[in-house]
Design a protein around this ligand. Structure first.
Ligand SMILES: C=CC1=C(C)c2cc3[nH]c(cc4nc(cc5[nH]c(cc1n2)c(C)c5CCC(=O)O)C(CCC(=O)O)=C4C)c(C)c3C=C
Ligand code: FES
Ligand SMILES: [Fe+2]
Length: 431
């Protein structure tokens, strides 16, 4: 099929992941009661061992939605996704409609994951990216070392609660050991994505650590303090120059595949996951931030080509932000524009929307050799350097989060958003 790509090759992160940092113990097998151990001066938590900078150790927590690693996990993934009122608000019917819709949808989505090699590569990419970033941070930010990698997914393993329990197990729950950074892996902020992950993190913080304040040093007379984890948040990074450069390089590599005489007439179609118009009209920041990324990438490319920002993956019958990616490709082809590069711009690794929807459905069905897709960021060293730079600047800044994070959407009525934002912004005092 013209335009069709070797999916299984693209979907595989490197196999040599640093096992020691990434080993996971199920919740039931935790070796000790974390609340007891934090008050026992004789216990040296695992994370305190090794060379520690004056402000270290630091937990670096990558937050993302996650995806099913195998087709067997699709049912659980969808049932968590449709239970999330921050993503799919079904009101009082959530507990009834959520399971119903997810059960109905499971076979179709299982077939899609089967077609991309049997599961989403997001877990392995996230673990790889986070471990590599921490390795760089240990070198460029020795005062906050060691940096320990953690992944917290919203709808798939490792879930937020599992990550939080591991943090406590690893000794981050008290005194000097207590700094953690929640680093969203959505470059552009939406209340349905990063906002939902932060609401979940806040919920588990309250359940597992209560309302105790974080403290900046150990309690008097104790090796390990009695405070809670001190959290700060990297909540958005839509125009970081390293992110922009990493996207631009992948576009340049794809443009280089066209004969020179066609190259500067190729239309660049930046494609982002769409949002329901109800979320857009509530005042969600995501459409503007995606637009900012697109324009920054175009500037970095010297505005070399004509381009559009289009929106994909709408679900259900309500109105969603357009123009839709699939319609756009067909409409341009019908107008005679058959050289098109699709660029996934709102996600940092491959997933079902790139490997299935763009490659199989949209590019496969277009049947034109001139319709191609730029690589996802995945293991790009330029991208991983950018992650380290964003984290380093955040650690140096002394800021709890961006100014934007404190502001709720004009149409927000959610108590969760209110409490979550209050909690994180109040953490400033503990940094
Ligand atoms: C920035 C990225 C994303 C935004 C914004 C987003 C909003 C959003 N999504 C749904 C509903 C679904 N999304 C699903 C899968 C899915 N969504 C994203 C990204 C964003 N979603 C990704 C990367 C994935 C795939 C995960 C993977 O394969 O690793 C699904 C499940 C698949 C399906 O059933 O089609 C649903 C449902 C809504 C309603 C929404 C905005 C409110
Ligand atoms: S929905 Fe945006 S802050 Fe609550
Ligand atoms: Fe989605």
């Amino acid at each position: 099929m013209p335009g069709h790509r070797a999916i299984s090759k693209l979907a595989r992160p490197p196999l040599s992941l640093p096992k020691a940092d990434l080993s996971r113990r199920p919740l039931g097998q935790r070796s000790h009661n974390v609340f007891q151990s934090r008050n026992m001066a004789a216990v040296v938590p695992p994370v305190m061992q090794g060379s520690t900078g004056s402000k270290g150790p630091t937990a670096m927590v990558f937050m993302n939605m996650g995806g099913p690693s195998t087709t067997d996990q699709v049912g659980d993934f969808l049932s968590r996704l449709f239970a999330d009122g921050d993503l799919i608000p079904l009101g009082r019917l959530q507990n009834y409609l959520g399971p119903l819709i997810s059960r109905r949808r499971t076979p179709k989505i299982q077939a899609q994951y089967a077609a991309i090699g049997g599961g989403s590569p997001i877990r392995r990419w996230s673990e790889y990216q986070c471990a590599e970033m921490c390795r760089i941070l240990d070198r460029v930010s020795p005062q906050t070392a060691p940096h320990k990698p953690y992944v917290a997914f919203r709808y798939a393993d490792p879930l937020t609660e599992e990550m939080y329990a591991r943090l406590l197990d690893d000794g981050f729950g008290g005194g000097k050991g207590g700094r953690a950074v929640a680093f969203t892996q959505y470059p552009q902020y939406s209340c349905s994505t990063t906002g939902s992950s932060l609401n979940e993190l806040w919920k588990w913080r309250m359940r597992l650590e209560g309302r105790r304040a974080g403290v900046a040093g150990p309690e008097e007379g104790s090796e390990v303090g009695g405070g809670a984890i001190r959290w700060s948040v990297i909540d958005r990074w839509p125009v970081h120059p390293g992110l922009v450069d990493a996207f631009a390089r992948n576009v340049e590599a794809k443009l280089a595949e066209y004969p020179e005489e066609r190259r500067d007439k190729v239309v660049l179609l930046f494609s982002a996951h769409s949002l329901p118009m109800s979320v857009v009209n509530r005042g969600d920041p995501y459409p503007a931030e995606v637009g900012a990324t697109v324009y920054a990438v175009m500037q970095r490319l010297g505005l070399s080509n004509p381009y559009r920002l289009v929106w994909q993956s709408q679900v259900g019958p309500s109105a969603w932000l357009g123009a839709q990616t699939s319609d756009t490709v067909q409409q341009y082809i019908a107008k005679g524009q058959t050289d098109l590069v699709l660029i996934p711009i709102a996600f940092t690794s491959d997933h079902i929307e790139t490997l299935y929807e763009l490659d199989h459905e949209i590019i496969g069905e277009a049947g034109q050799e001139g319709v191609k897709r730029a690589e996802s960021l995945n293991g790009s060293p330029v991208f991983i350097d950018a992650l380290a730079d964003i984290a380093k600047k955040h650690l140096e800044s002394g800021h709890i989060a961006s100014k934007q994070m404190g502001l709720r959407c004009p149409g927000c009525k959610s108590e969760r958003c209110l409490e979550q934002k209050k909690f994180f912004m109040e953490q400033q005092a503990s940094l």
